[in-house]
Structures are given as C-alpha cells and as structure tokens.
Design a protein around this ligand. Structure first.
Ligand code: EZ4
Ligand code: CO
Length: 405
C-alpha cells in the first residue's frame, strides 16, 4: 500500500486549522492535524517543501520507520514545527492502518482499558460568582471535573476569560497582530483562594476541580499557590510554572501536595523525561499534534505509567477534531489514562468540516467502532473558509516587562 499523494489544507472555520490528508494507491486515505496556533503556515511549508516529496511511494504501513525517518533523518530534531509535521503524517498513517485492518485505532494499540473517557469542562467567568454559575451549569450537564478560571480584578484581561467574546472556540482566533495582556501575581493571589473557597462552599467535595495557571508564576510562587490551595483538594494545578528547566518542579514538588500537570507545549518525550522519571508531576498533558503523533504519545504514556504519572491530553480549541480523535483512541487504550480536557465540538462551521460520531454523556465521551480514527474531513467545505493570519496574545508585567502568556 503505497503513499500516492499528500494534501495539506489550511482553513479557518472560526479559527485556523492545518489538516493533512495522506492518500494511498489503494484508495484508502488518512487524516492528520498539524495546527500550531499562530504559526500555521510554517508547518504547511515544512510539510509541502520538506516532507511530502520524501514520502511519495513509501509503504503507508511503515509507521514507525516513517516516524524515525522524519525525526532522525532531518538531523534537526524536535521543535514545534517539525514535530507537528511528523504528528500529522503519523496520525494519518494510523488512520490508514486502521481502515486497512477494518479496526478502530485503539484496537491496534491494544484494545479498550475502559468504557468511556472522563472529561473536564471549562468554567470561565468575569468574576467568581459568574465562574461558579457556569460551573453549576456544567455540573447539571453531568460533568464531574471542572476547570475554574476567573477574571483577576485590576487586570484588563485574564487568561481563559471570555470578555466580550461569547464563544471560547474563537478566543484565540482572527487577530491580525498579537494583542497584549498584563500580569500581576499579587492581584491574582488576592483572587484565587476565594475562587476555590467559594467553589467548595457552594458545591462541597462532590466534584473535582482543576485550574490552569498558564505558567504565570515563578517556581516559588507556584509552591506557595499549591500550599494555599491544598485544602480545596484540586485534581491538579495545570502549568504552574515553566519547566524548560525541569528542576523547577523539584522546588514546587518539595513544598506542596497539590497534584501537578504540565505538557501542552511539549514536542517530545525529552521535554518531560526528568519530570516523569523523578515523579515531579502527576499528569502529563502532551498533545498528539504537538508532540509527534500517536506513535510518540503512546511511548510517553508507557514511560509515564512506570512512574505513576497519568495522561491528561491537551484539549483546547486550537487542536482540531482530528487531534481529538487521536486522543480518544489513546485515552480509551492507555492503562494510565487520567482525564481529557474538553471544550465542546466547536462552532457549526467546524462541525461541517469535520464529521465524527462521539457521544458525550454525564461528563464522559464515548466513541464508535468506526475503522481508523473515525473522522471525516470535507475538503470542499474547507475552501469556503480561507486562512486568516492570527496570533495568540503576549503578556507583560505591570512595569512593561515581557512575561509568560
Ligand atoms: O493557551 O491552546 O489548557 N489549555 C490552554 C490553551 C492554550 C492554547 C494555546 O494555543 O492552556 O488555552
Ligand atoms: Co493549559
């Protein structure tokens, strides 16, 4: 089964997505997601100029060899653009193998470890009461784990809070230049304990909560936050601090028993090797699109399992439904799966482009037994929504110093 053609699509059904379609000489094809938010066209160039010509004529079944060929064979290893390109090809090849075998991808990974996939939903509010009202709505829908984010009084915009945008799906799309936001740890600390204090007062301990710090804190500030939130029993604190220096988490870990999650920006297992091996984190949040596809995420999951680290794949709106499909197969298989982030299935345009048949019930996602990844992409509809240059925001401290967004 030879690779005959590879097509790369960039579409903007509300926000940009890079979708890859690998076609074989047997007519079987597969889909992959190569979206790097705010840097979409660099992955397109990487694929079209440097990857596609090398793959035409190769055996589509050789997933591992093609992965190694694109990783080791580039000489320039790792990095978000390289790994998103590899990821998209890898997902598409798993999709093809599943279709050829007439089996869903999770069967090729080893079969089901569970009935369904536990999700966490987002409650984003303009103030604490607003966040908790939204959490209540999600609890009524059956979600048992909720991410709580609330605007920080005194800062003009807060990560994860919608402002005048009604649809979280569009939050990071359609910005011709990067917007600027500001950060103050002191103002954040004045809000954050109240958020969880009031959440526990209102909902008791019958649901789980998570919170995304989005890497705004230094390690010692993260340690302090972890301590302040211990009594509210979070499922995890996400991206407390940056960990380019993985030793940062030693400091946080020594000081607090609040569970820690990180990994949505990681490209390879090397970015989290020390964190996992030293048991400095509880959840690894690598995404199939950004960390090298199903082949790479399977390897990270297996490695993490021997150190009691669970998987919690990134599920923000910039990961396309093809990535979500890849995660669903990994999640239903991985013995050490923890939880999947979930922001819904996007707007109508997106649902027109990508067809799938997941069922969400009581905070769990279930999938069908469709062969391959079980996702379809409407190429013609994609042309109706052309690419629009768009950026994530940048963040500055109040004195103007550039900070982590
Ligand atoms: O900022 O996906 O947990 N989710 C997140 C996201 C990320 C975006 C970046 O493209 O942190 O909202
Ligand atoms: Co996050």
């Amino acid at each position: 089964m030879k690779i005959a053609e590879i097509k790369v699509f960039v579409s903007c059904p509300g926000r940009n997505f890079v979708t890859v379609k690998v076609l074989t000489d047997t007519g079987v094809y597969g889909l992959g997601d190569a979206t790097v938010n705010g840097r979409e066209m660099s992955v397109v160039a990487y694929l079209e100029e440097h990857v596609v010509p090398c793959l035409i004529g190769r055996n589509a079944h050789d997933i591992e060899d093609i992965w190694q060929y694109l990783y080791k064979g580039a000489y320039w290893r790792k990095g978000p653009i390289t790994m998103a390109a590899i990821a998209a090809i890898d997902m598409a090849l798993w999709d093809i193998k599943g279709k050829a075998a007439n089996l869903p991808v999770y069967q090729l990974l080893g079969g089901k470890s569970r009935k369904g996939v536990t999700l966490y939903a987002h409650a984003n509010g303009e103030n604490i009461a607003d966040t908790l009202d939204k959490a209540e709505g999600l609890i009524e829908q059956g979600f048992k784990v909720i991410r709580l984010q609330s605007a920080v009084p005194g800062l003009k915009v807060t990560y994860g809070v919608l402002g005048d945008k009604k649809d979280y799906f569009e939050l990071q799309g359609n910005r011709p230049l990067p917007p600027e936001e500001e950060w103050s740890t002191q103002k954040y600390f004045n809000m954050i304990v109240d958020l969880f204090e009031q959440a526990r007062e209102r909902f008791g301990y019958t649901v789980d909560f998570v919170h995304d710090v989005h890497s705004r804190l230094t390690p010692i500030e993260s340690a302090k936050l972890g301590q302040m939130l211990e009594k509210y029993n979070l499922l995890f604190l996400e991206d407390a601090s940056m960990a380019e220096n993985q030793d940062n988490y030693k400091l946080i870990r020594q000081k607090t028993s609040t569970p820690l999650a990180i990994g949505e920006t990681y490209n390879t297992i090397w970015d989290c090797k020390d964190l996992i091996q030293n048991q400095l984190i509880d959840y690894i949040r690598t995404a199939a699109t950004h960390a090298g596809g199903i082949t790479a995420l399977r390897r990270i999951a297996d490695y993490a399992s021997i150190y009691n680290v669970k998987t919690a794949p990134h599920g923000a709106p910039d990961l396309s439904p093809v990535c979500f499909a890849a995660h669903m197969h990994l999640n239903i298989w991985a013995p050490n799966f923890g939880i999947q982030e979930f922001v819904g299935f996007g707007n109508e345009q997106l649902q027109k482009l990508f067809k799938h048949d997941y069922r969400v019930e009581n905070g769990m996602a279930y999938m069908s037994d469709a062969p391959g990844l079980g996702i379809e992409f409407d190429e013609d509809a994609a042309t109706e929504y052309p690419y629009k240059r768009s950026y994530l925001p940048v963040s500055r401290l109040e004195d103007g110093t550039l900070w982590n967004w």
